[in-house]
Ligand binder design. Structure first.
Ligand code: PHE
Length: 451
């Protein structure tokens, strides 16, 4: 039997997991949700959930992987055969996310090309983004490009090369985001946006905000879909699990925070106080940032570098999504990487088409005002992921028992600082919170009540 390869150091694990975690979720999804759901209120709820709930779930998943040395499907059933279904359920999530993720990855490529060819001023115009995504062929072309690139990397198995590049890019991304954020905050009229983003306002509190923050947490940290279980299975016992998880969280949340600071104040500055643009949704980053770059000296260069970095961040996340699906197909169908890779590519292309067309040709297909892409996003983040997370909590809290995880975390040097919190969260708090979230999200979707 082949020995399972492992990360050579804790840093190796942290960087690989961060490569999966940091992506469009941080830069594209977080800011538009924060803008939509009350700024500071959303930010505060997100932070509280990240250090309690997100931390607990990530510890559980990584420990599960390291303990069993297996990826999701195997890991759950290795500890209890009856829970094999949970591994399967978790594996469905990336199948839904990957196609629409690549549609947005395509938008990033399009904007990169727009800045390279010097059409920045056009992109800064109102209506440019909507005009682009409502076309038929063009967005599909960019979507195919992004999907194809991801597939090439996964099929050739050259992730390591990409990971090396992204290790280099990540710190640059942090610095550049910080720089753009500082610039954006100094534009006339942006201060009001800074206040909106940083100051929690109790009136904005709603169950929907908690729901959105929770969905974003799963998404951003690549939780509830087996990815962190797989990464955990590559982690060595000498590496401190708790410290690594903390680092990934800080990194992931830090980038999301900066992305918000880069986009939300700018929305205020360019809308002349018209708050309706805050609810732009998925288009927010693409609508607002070109305006910031257009306003900035040397904006074109900054824009090129920025979209290039976002492209790499998106690519590493997309690779981890596709790799998960491909390895499941290889394991269950017993086929070669090439066959599995090509099938996943074809399937994801088909599944991504409706999301890409949902703003134009298929624009009349909506559900509760959500476009097809939004529906995919909703099904995975607000329905499937909470279900997977509920069962994970039950599995760990009541079947294999928290002690198993605690022991695994303590393998390295006998310490687990947040042990008390972990025990309480996984058994008594997280499952109930998740059930509440799931019920309310389904009820909202069914139109039973609106929160
Ligand atoms: N976490 C990634 C992001 O923030 C998205 C992702 C989700 C990647 C699930 C892998 C798995 O963009």
């Amino acid at each position: 039997m082949q020995e399972r390869s492992s990360f050579s150091s804790r840093l190796g694990f942290v960087l690989a997991a961060a490569g999966s975690a940091v992506g469009l979720g941080n830069i594209w999804r977080f800011p538009y949700l924060a803008a939509q759901y009350g700024g500071g209120t959303f930010l505060l709820i997100y932070l509280i959930l990240a250090i309690t709930f997100g931390f607990t779930l990530m510890i559980a998943e990584v420990a599960l992987g390291r303990k069993t040395g297996l990826s999701a499907i195997g890991a759950f059933s290795a500890l209890n055969r009856k829970f094999k279904f949970l591994g399967i359920l978790a594996s469905i999530v990336p199948v839904i996310i990957f196609p629409y993720y690549s549609v947005i990855g395509g938008w990033v490529c399009k904007y990169l090309s727009v800045f390279i060819t010097g059409e920045m001023a056009d992109a800064a115009q109102d209506g440019y983004f909507t005009g682009f995504i409502s076309q038929t062929g063009n967005p599909i072309l960019w979507f195919s490009l992004f999907l194809g690139l991801t597939a090439i990397v996964v099929i050739l198995g050259v992730e390591q090369g990409i990971e090396r590049v992204s290790k280099l890019m990540m710190p640059i991304l942090v610095v550049l985001t910080l720089f753009i954020a500082v610039y954006a905050c100094t534009i006339d009229g942006a201060m009001e946006g800074v206040v909106y983003y940083l100051k929690p306002n109790l009136e904005d509190f709603s169950v929907k905000t908690v729901l959105a923050a929770m969905g974003q947490l799963f998404y951003s940290m690549s939780l509830a879909m087996g990815i962190m279980v797989t990464y955990g299975s590559y982690m060595k016992k000498e590496n401190h699990l708790e410290k690594s998880v903390r680092q990934i969280e800080i990194f992931d949340t830090g980038i999301a925070f900066l992305a918000g600071l880069m986009i939300i104040p700018a929305v205020f500055a360019f809308s002349g106080g018209d708050k309706s643009s805050l609810s732009a949704g998925p288009g927010l980053m693409f609508i607002t940032l070109p305006k910031v770059f257009d306003h900035m000296p040397m904006g074109r260069i900054v824009g090129i570098v920025f979209f290039l970095l976002v492209f790499f961040a998106a690519l590493t996340s997309a690779i981890s999504l596709m790799e998960t699906i491909v390895s499941i197909v290889m394991d269950t169908m017993h086929c070669k990487r090439l066959t599995a890779g090509l099938s996943v590519l074809a399937f994801s292309f088909m599944l991504g088409l409706p999301s890409s067309l949902g703003f134009g040709l298929l624009g009349n297909i909506t559900w509760n005002n959500m476009s097809i892409l939004d529906i995919m996003d909703f099904v995975s983040n607000s329905v499937l992921m909470p279900i997977v997370a509920i069962f994970t909590c039950i599995f760990i809290g009541f079947v294999v028992k928290p002690q198993t995880i605690v022991d695994e975390v303590k393998e390295t040097d006998g310490t687990f600082k947040a042990e008390g919190m972990f025990r309480v969260m996984i058994k008594w708090v997280a499952p109930w919170l998740l059930v509440a979230i799931l019920v309310s999200s389904i009820a909202t979707a069914m139109g039973v009540f609106t929160l």
